[in-house]
Write a protein that binds this ligand. Structure first.
Ligand code: AMP
Length: 398
């Protein structure tokens, strides 16, 4: 196969990240990566780095709209300074109930995904916008959607079915699971070392945990939307549904329209809760650790809720897997926050998870369990973009 430049686009609510890979036979080489960050502000960031980390672009443009932001990316890629992409892969959080497979993007497919915005309301609007723009600004270049739900499609029904009436189940209310490209990338990186019983904790600003048997997902913590599961930066995670009803009644008493009331409930559960809501301070783990060091008790409680929830999920997934061979931490907190890993594993010794404090004192890839720990504990950074490139190459060949 000739070498193929593949562009990966990964949009968030206020940023667009991108990377350009060269795919040649089995080889994948990252040539550049970059981001526009701070969409909706006067002082955004726009940067592009080469594989050695040299900044080729480093600007602070005004980014009033996502249109301005994506045009900066497209203009840079059209400038001739970078290889023109032969294919584009888009990370998509959810394609709704009907789109479960990674595939070629057509205008009709984008319309269908947009109809299912309610399945990932914070992520879908910008992702479908970027897909439409990419089709327009890169005519003739095939675009593919790569779903964060795809890895979880192997879950058995008892894992994905929710305890709800059929009228809702039949319109797609079920557990989908997210962060799938990250989980897939951990299994890919472990390769032949992937054990029979594996738990991966993806702990970033959004946090989830997945039980994997023989390389395939059997259960995961996020549910219908990424708001479910583990408490994360600004999201509740699993919560007594009575709490949502209680809050909804309070909102409804002072809000005229149903749609407005739903938006306010969404803000409560997905934007103002989690580490931010409990600490009253920040959703950023570094800020929380600084506050804890200053004796801030609300920050301490926020982080304790976080680590305790994850310990509980690890225990419950050990029940699902019938034991455990390996636990992997990934994501910004999983890779970097030494204290979170120590706190999560502190009570898990009786379950065979024993960290070595000296080995755990690292950021980035490492084995952090003690020599005699029955369960191996590792830190592995995710490689989501690489998975998207692999899917694009596979789909192009079909
Ligand atoms: P992600 O969403 O994967 O980018 O992860 C973001 C989270 O990782 C934020 O809560 C950050 O505070 C946290 N994080 C990143 N670097 C560090 C670090 N060096 N120490 C502690 N937490 C970190």
């Amino acid at each position: 196969m000739a070498s193929l430049p593949v562009l990966v686009l990964n949009s968030g609510s206020s940023s667009i990240k991108f990377s350009l890979y060269e795919a040649c036979n089995g080889e994948r080489t990252r040539l550049f990566d970059g981001a526009v960050d701070g969409i909706g502000t006067d002082l955004g960031k726009f940067w592009i780095k080469d594989a050695a980390g040299n900044k080729l672009v480093d600007q602070n443009p005004a980014l009033p709209t996502r249109a301005v932001a994506f045009k900066l990316v497209a203009d840079a890629l059209h400038s001739g300074d970078f290889p023109a992409p032969a294919a584009i892969g888009h990370r998509m959080v959810s394609g709704g109930p009907t789109i479960q497979e990674n595939q070629l993007i057509t205008p009709e497919l984008i319309d269908e995904m947009e109809r299912y915005t309610a399945f990932a309301p914070l992520h879908t609007p910008i992702a479908v916008y970027i897909m439409r723009e990419a089709l327009r600004l890169f005519p003739g270049v095939p675009n593919f959607v790569c779903l964060d739900t795809y890895f979880h499609r192997t879950m058995p029904e008892e894992a994905w079915r929710m305890p709800i009436p059929e009228e809702y189940a039949s319109i797609g209310v079920r557990r989908y699971g997210y962060h799938g490209l990250s989980y897939e990338s951990i299994v890919y990186q472990l390769g032949t070392e992937t054990p029979a019983r594996l738990i991966v904790a993806h702990l970033g600003n959004g946090a989830s945990i997945t039980a994997i048997r023989d390389g395939k997902c059997v259960d995961t913590s996020m549910g219908l939307t990424p708001t479910g599961g583990i408490i994360s930066g600004t999201r509740t995670g699993d919560i007594d549904p009575g709490v949502l009803l209680f809050v909804l009644r309070q909102i409804a008493a002072e809000t005229p329209g149903t749609a407005e009331a739903a938006d306010k409930l969404e803000t409560f559960a997905s934007k103002k809760a989690g580490l931010l809501g409990v600490s009253g301070l920040t959703n950023d783990m570094r800020g929380l650790r600084d506050a804890i060091a200053q004796g801030d008790e609300r920050a301490r409680m926020a982080v304790t809720l976080f680590t305790r929830t994850i310990s509980k999920w690890i225990g419950s997934f050990m029940a699902v897997l019938g034991g455990l061979d390996m636990l992997v931490f990934t994501g910004g907190i999983g890779e970097n926050d030494i204290a979170s890993r120590a706190e999560i594993c502190a009570g898990l010794g009786p379950l065979g998870i024993v960290l070595d404090p000296a080995r755990n004192n690292v950021r980035g890839e490492a084995v952090i369990s003690s020599e005699d720990s029955p369960v191996t504990v590792r830190v592995i950074p995710p490689a989501e973009d690489l998975m998207i490139v692999n899917h694009v190459v596979r789909l192009l060949a079909q």
